[in-house]
Design a protein around this ligand. Structure first.
Ligand code: MN
Length: 295
């Protein structure tokens, strides 16, 4: 199956969520939540991330994660959970309000199987009481989502590895390589070479496939993650967006949809003269009206 038909299939089977002027969606991806060890690229951004999503929780946003949330290639889920319990308890609050949707990527492709969703995310063990507690039973997972307006026009959300034949077809093999070869090397600072985020030529190829699909499909607006490279097109360019990642060296990036507008934002840490530190948000691109991109 070609990249093009994989993307088309995902588009056809996508879960639909409503899009209107009241909608508030925040899109993040590629958190690669790990075990807090030296190879964990999320650990240094966890506090920034947790504060950011707590603000979206307060402000009525629905959280959509565009894949590679849990780094299941390198870790067992219980070690990920122990390192990120505070994050999962925040996600649970979105879940309890029916404002949480996950898309699976290549690093958390295990979630294609509902059994793994139940096993990892339904309950957790609380060591202080020795009891199981509810986490996110029936968490919403899908390969793709369409945010659809009343006229049937939509924003198509996808992880993006469907355009990356190696990571789509050989993800089990890649996972094995990462587990046995690259995790030990990553501790020394060497990055996983199967990731398009580390390989500019591959990244360009993945983006080209996605752009080709958009052109073939009447300029369908598309948002992905996977490459870790944020993208926000001008209104006269092809409507391909990328939310970046939550493992940038000093910040996290994401996309906000609010008041029928879309913006690319970054959350990061600033240090003031008196030694206090503050987590702040910057708008990198936009807000731009969605009607320029959607058709
Ligand atoms: Mn990925």
């Amino acid at each position: 199956m070609s990249a093009n038909s994989r993307i088309s299939r995902a588009f056809k089977n996508a879960k639909k969520l409503p899009l209107n002027s009241q909608s508030k969606y925040v899109l993040f991806s590629d958190c690669h939540r790990g075990d807090n060890g030296f190879a964990d690229d999320f650990a240094h951004n966890r506090k920034i991330y947790n504060y950011a999503i707590s603000q979206y929780l307060l402000n009525g946003f629905t959280y959509i994660e565009l894949g590679d949330g849990d780094e299941l290639w390198e870790n067992k889920f219980d070690t990920i959970f122990r390192a990120n319990k505070d994050t999962y308890l925040l996600l649970k609050q979105f879940h309890d309000k029916d404002r949480l949707h996950f898309i699976w990527g290549n690093h958390d492709m295990d979630y294609r199987n509902p059994k793994n969703i139940t096993k990892n995310l339904s309950y957790y063990y609380e060591s202080s009481t020795g009891k199981e507690k509810e986490l996110m039973p029936n968490a919403s997972f899908s390969e793709a989502i369409r945010l659809e307006d009343e006229e049937g026009k939509s924003i198509f959300l996808l992880h993006g590895h469907q355009a990356d034949w190696f990571n789509y077809l050989f993800w089990r093999f890649s996972r094995l390589l990462v587990k046995i070869l690259w995790k030990p090397l990553q501790i020394l600072g060497i990055k996983d070479p199967t990731s398009p985020a580390q390989n500019f030529k591959e990244l360009i190829k993945v983006e080209r496939h996605l752009e080709k699909w958009i052109r073939k499909n009447k300029n369908q607006m598309l948002v992905t993650g996977h490459t870790h490279r944020p993208r926000f097109p001008d209104t006269d360019e092809l409507p391909y967006f990328n939310d970046g990642s939550c493992v940038h060296p000093r910040c996290i990036t994401g996309l906000e949809i609010e008041n029928s507008e879309i913006s690319l934002v970054k959350w990061y840490l600033v240090t003031h003269e008196n030694g206090t530190m503050q987590i702040v948000k910057n708008i990198l691109e936009g807000p731009e009206n969605i009607s320029f991109y959607i058709n």
